[in-house]
Design a protein around this ligand. Structure first.
Ligand code: ISJ
Ligand code: GLN
Length: 832
């Protein structure tokens, strides 16, 4: 048995230990952060289905001072939705301890003490309202203006009379006959349709309290910190009075299934921190093979910076003769808010391509045309450390081997141009080389343990690009960069090409330009010939609207707070027109970017997949200094003559649109703070209206700071944030896991690259990924009925996913229109 912890609360020397019971919610880490910040408590997280904890509940809680039972999807009366929570309310006198229930936890507390839990006439998801409270207990000292965010479909009825009309519920402050042990502490009386809704209770004799609202939400008043402190003070008073102290075991007999901060826990990969990599052998074959391409002890970045007014990344790819090759282009498409465009080029015999498929868990990698290595993995979790290690091994700042001068001797710069030599790195360039490509939606599903629909595409598809070109549109500079030895000739060559393009852009009546427009016109005509006989299969209105209603039924039952429903449009293009075997993906891309410019445009042709995209949405970026940024978009209004900017603002500032956005902001705060901690996570922009080519959108910005010495300390890195945040919250809804399960059931198809993320991970430690939306995708292997498209006379198929967040306030008609608007932003541009 354990010994007794003799530390004294009153003396203030005690670090409280709190057990957090998570019902698979997507706001959990925000609550944990709030507890840690307000109480300086140590919080341990367990899931509701943890058998070990459930079977040893008394023993488990004896190690803690208090328990917090969190929110979650479902109904407190359904055993699988609450797991062992019910057992907590039944703890006997000897084992009882203070417990705070939040939302589902609150409902469960009330249900266990005689209340009814029923559906609200109108569910409240992401709704912020002023509460009525009588200033006592956990509300002591809290002002009248206290506002709280609600995410619930169900409500507690303390009168216990199901036949009572919802509108006749009344506000009262004494226990009811049906629930004599529950004191009501707060109500929401702002909603006419629902009538008064109970918002908080305290048990009359046991140390149990609960709140229906979410104290941790970004839109709940700051005073919720006071509420948490009040609860803790009450808990401490109770513990002291009882003389209860937690048991201290040398070794606990149970292990929590999931330690808090999964990112931190799992970010101790087998990878040596980059600081010492230069001298230690690679741990993965992938990283070792890739590193062997650079036949030097140290990796150097050779680079040149040139003025490059007016050149576009597409014209650069064309003059470099790369438009029909495998290539990755991250293109800010001249959009006002796009700063950089990045080109990643393939080098025969040097470029490594890496793919992973969720269906078979096989990792494939190889150097260009060379032999492909295959590796059977147990899970996608094994991929990330290999990628990170490969990046670290190419960090040009890690100089552990021979001296710089000797290793560059074969590649010395012309006199006066010392930027070719490694010592000076181009800090203004966000990408020095590394992995470029995408991670599919299904890959994201694997990370959260949701069964995906079988898909035929590579779910991870990256190339390690040694040769890269970065255009800084704000300063009109271009960086030409290579991580390969002896590559100066290539840099100089591209430099001359850039000079040529720049001067050509300045001479309007240049013959080469008119030659170019003739080529463009020809390309366009061929594209139109393909497209004129293409067949477009769009989602059927009745079936889509029916799916919206199915989503809303699950929102009303409490299984989700928001569901991002999507569907797919297929364009089947006949094989072979005028002797051409395939529609020209490059020409298609150029048309799309010119008609629907967006800051996260992308063209990618890699490992049998073609992507042409105009995404407006950043998923996640992280800088070399460790600053992370998410930019979720939620809330969309179509532009039209009638839709003035003022009207669009008014719509986007409505409670429906704000609720949609708020849920995703809270969800992303949870994703990010789960890795780096809530104290390092903040919201820098909350619901701003941004204007795009065909739509207005509501955008928020969530930021955070990775530990500065993360690499040395084995702390979390950008890739840890990335993998912990998949699939993107703006494409799932909340809570993420249950919502993805529901969507998979309703959508009945893999989403593929759509709803995934696309971008780069840099050898210097930065990264930037967009959400793959407003994008058309084609794969060479299109599934059983569609292999070798375009070759055996089968049509080639381009897919465009589109959808939108369904909330309880949505209408099926307007959701269908929203999906159509988004799809048309791509389709309309292609067929223009
Ligand atoms: C689902 C799509 O977009 C997502 C949904 C949005 C919304 O519901 O308003 C906005 C941007 C994206 O996060 C899409 O473009 O297909
Ligand atoms: N946020 C929550 O915990 C929600 C609880 C419950 N599923 C409801 O919808 O009412």
């Amino acid at each position: 048995m354990g010994s007794i912890d003799t530390s004294d609360f009153a003396a203030g020397s005690h670090t409280g230990k709190i057990l957090f019971v998570d019902a698979f919610d997507s706001f959990t880490n925000n609550i944990v952060g709030l507890l840690e910040q307000c109480l300086q408590a140590e919080v341990t997280l367990v899931h509701i289905n943890d058998d070990k904890v459930s079977e040893n509940l008394e023993e488990t809680v004896s190690h803690f001072d208090a328990v917090v039972v969190g929110p979650g999807p479902g109904h407190p009366g359904i055993p699988s939705d609450v797991g062992f929570i019910n057992k907590l309310w039944a703890l006997d006198d000897e084992n009882i301890l203070p417990i705070l229930g939040i939302c589902l936890g609150f409902q469960s507390l009330c249900l266990a003490h005689g209340a009814e839990v029923e559906r609200l006439p109108c569910a409240r998801h992401g709704i912020v309202s002023k509460l009525l409270h009588n200033n006592v207990d956990i509300f002591a000292g809290i002002g009248d203006g206290f506002e709280a965010t609600q995410y619930h479909s169900l409500r507690v009825d303390l009168l216990g009379n199901k036949s009572r009309d919802a509108l006749s519920h009344s506000v009262f402050w004494e226990p009811s006959e049906a629930c004599p042990s529950l004191y009501p502490l707060a109500w929401d009386t702002t909603d006419e349709a629902n009538g008064p809704i109970l918002m908080a209770v305290r048990h009359t004799t046991k140390p149990f309290s609960g709140v229906q609202f979410h104290p941790e939400s970004i839109c709940t008043s700051e005073e919720s910190k006071q509420l948490i402190s009040n609860w803790w003070t009450n808990a401490q008073t109770w513990l002291t009075k009882r003389g209860r102290a937690r048991t201290v075991h040398k070794k606990q007999i149970w292990e929590p299934a999931d330690i808090l901060r999964t990112g931190l826990a799992s970010s101790s990969p087998d990878v040596t921190p980059s600081g010492s990599l230069a001298s230690s052998p690679p741990t993965s074959h992938l990283a070792g093979l890739l590193r062997s391409v650079v036949e030097e002890d140290d990796v150097f970045l050779r680079w040149e910076k040139k003025p490059a007014a007016k050149i576009t990344p597409t014209s650069l790819i064309e003059v470099l003769g790369q438009k029909q090759n495998e290539v990755v282009l991250l293109d800010s498409q001249g959009h006002a808010s796009g700063n950089f465009s990045i080109i990643g080029l393939m080098v025969p015999g040097k470029t490594m391509k890496v793919t992973y498929k969720v269906a078979d868990k096989i990792l494939r990698y190889g150097i260009d045309q060379g032999q492909t290595c295959t590796m059977q993995l147990n899970s996608i979790e094994e991929v990330w450390p290999m990628l990170q290690e490969a990046l670290d091994l190419h960090d040009p700042r890690n100089q552990g081997g021979s001296s710089r001068a000797s290793s560059t001797s074969s590649d010395m710069a012309p006199a006066g141009l010392d930027q070719y030599v490694a010592g000076h790195l181009p800090v203004g360039s966000p990408f020095w080389g590394g992995f470029m490509g995408y991670i599919s939606y299904e890959a994201g599903l694997e990370t959260i343990d949701v069964e995906p629909h079988a898909s035929y595409i590579p779910d991870i598809n990256f190339a390690f690009c040694h040769r890269t070109i970065v255009i800084d549109h704000k300063t009109s500079q271009v960086y030409i960069q290579s991580l390969l030895p002896n590559d100066l000739a290539w840099i100089l060559d591209v430099g001359r090409t850039v000079d040529g393009l720049t001067s050509r852009a300045e001479l309007t009546a240049d013959t080469a330009d008119s030659q170019k427009s003739i080529t463009d016109a020809r390309e366009c005509a061929t594209l139109d010939r393909f497209l004129s006989s293409a067949q477009v299969a769009r989602p059927q209105e009745t079936s889509y609207r029916d799916k919206v209603l199915r989503c809303q039924e699950l929102l009303a039952s409490g299984d989700s707070y928001e569901l991002c429903l999507t569907d797919e449009t297929k364009i089947s293009v006949p094989a072979a027109v005028n002797g051409r075997m395939e529609m020209d993906a490059w020409a298609l891309y150029k048309r799309l970017r010119s008609k629907n410019a967006a800051p996260f445009g992308a063209f990618m042709r890699l490992s049998g997949v073609s992507v042409v995209g105009t995404s407006p949405e950043r998923f996640l970026s992280w800088s070399r200094e460790g600053k992370c940024q998410f930019r979720p978009i939620k809330g969309t209004v179509k532009k039209s003559k009638e839709m003035t900017r003022e009207r669009a603002h008014a719509i986007l500032e409505s409670s429906k649109e704000r609720a949609e956005n708020l849920m995703i902001v809270d969800l992303i705060r949870h994703d990010l703070s789960g890795v780096i901690g809530a104290d390092k996570t903040w919201v820098s922009k909350l619901m701003a209206v941004e204007e795009y080519e065909t739509v207005y959108q509501l955008v928020s910005v969530i930021e955070g700071q990775l530990p500065v010495n993360g690499v040395e300390d084995g702390g979390p890195r950008g890739i840890d944030v990335l993998k912990a945040s998949l699939p993107p919250g703006s494409m799932t809804g909340a809570p993420k896991k249950r919502s993805c399960e529901i969507l998979s059931d309703i959508e009945q198809r893999p989403r593929g690259i759509y709803s995934g993320v696309l971008g780069y991970m840099d050898v210097g430690g930065s990264g930037d990924f967009s959400v793959v939306i407003r994008t058309a995708v084609k794969t060479d292997d299109q599934g059983v009925n569609n292999t070798n498209a375009g070759i055996n006379g089968d049509p080639e198929v381009w897919r465009i996913g589109a959808g939108g967040a369904v909330t309880i306030q949505s209408t099926d008609e307007s959701e269908f229109q929203e999906m159509e608007t988004k799809c048309s932003s791509v389709l309309g541009a292609i067929f223009s």
